[in-house]
Design a protein around this ligand. Structure first.
Ligand SMILES: [Zn+2]
Length: 279
């Protein structure tokens, strides 16, 4: 989908195996910036590759013209095709240093964060060539510059990319919405990041898994996200008061049930989010 002349959204639907024989449907957005060269923001899952290739072909562009991959963070649905694309194109990979160890060593990521179906989602490790920091200006081409903002919370090194001229923010997984799988590592950082996004006054937000959100929807979106996180934190504290061991899956299941999320979602990743509410 063409967002502007330069920014294109490539949507890729996929399934995550959450338990044997049980899958949930998800989708992830990859963004392609089409200039002289092609610059990708995130790469979807491993199976996204042919879809990215076809989209570019439809735009009369070729995969070999990809010059850069900018990663919002290291999670499997963002780095999945990076290895293959880098092998074909020798493009440069950009990421925040706090995400680097999991991008460059996906086995390590899996051992520390066992996402169900990880091996199918990720094509392998990839070297990070450039480190991104808060406020870094990324000069991709003469008329193609993005500013990077460090927006931790969802993960320690999550970043957003901002087109300052057009006031378009590509936000990765920084903005969690009610009903979504609540994955975050730090509540205070998360809320500060939402505020940072608010202060940028974007005219359009392009998230990794939401529809594009225009100016008039943005404040409501950010408020909803803040309330969802605070609601989760309150719910976690309520369950803690019942005396359930916070290191047990029973604790995770009780919070999932209180949040009225599908029981199937209770897993070690969610348990970590809930524990983060108590930091
Ligand atoms: Zn993520």
């Amino acid at each position: 989908m063409k967002i502007t002349n330069q920014i294109h959204l490539i949507k890729y639907p996929f399934f995550i195996s959450v338990a044997p024989g049980k899958q949930i449907e998800r989708f992830v957005n990859v963004f392609a910036l089409l200039g002289e060269k092609i610059h990708l923001i995130d790469t979807g899952v491993a199976d996204s590759f042919p879809v990215i290739e076809k989209y570019l072909k439809d735009q009369r562009r070729e995969i070999k013209d990809i010059a850069s991959i900018l990663l919002t963070h290291s999670h499997p649905d963002h780095i999945g095709s990076a290895k293959k694309i880098k092998e074909i194109t020798a493009c440069k990979v950009y990421a925040h240093p706090a995400e680097k160890h999991w991008i460059e060593n996906t086995e390590l990521q899996f051992s520390q964060r066992p996402v169900p179906g990880f091996q199918k989602l990720v094509g392998g490790s990839v070297k990070v060539d450039f480190e991104l920091y808060d406020n870094s200006l990324i000069h991709l081409e003469d008329d193609l510059t993005l500013r990077c903002f460090h927006t931790p919370g969802h993960s320690a090194g999550s970043v957003c990319f901002f087109s300052e001229n057009e006031k378009i923010l590509i936000s990765g997984d920084a903005i969690l919405l009610p009903g979504e799988i609540p994955i975050f590592e730090n509540v205070e950082d998360y809320l500060n990041s939402i505020n940072k996004i608010r202060n940028l006054k974007p005219k359009l937000i392009l998230s990794a898994w939401d529809e594009p959100r225009k100016e008039n929807e943005i404040e409501e979106l950010l408020k909803k996200s803040e309330s969802y996180i605070l609601h989760i934190q309150k719910t976690v504290k309520k369950v803690v008061e019942k005396g359930t061991n916070i290191n047990s899956m029973e604790f995770c299941k009780q919070v999932v049930s209180e949040l009225e999320l599908p029981e199937i979602l209770a897993n070690p990743l969610l348990l970590k989010s809930f524990q983060a509410c108590l930091l």
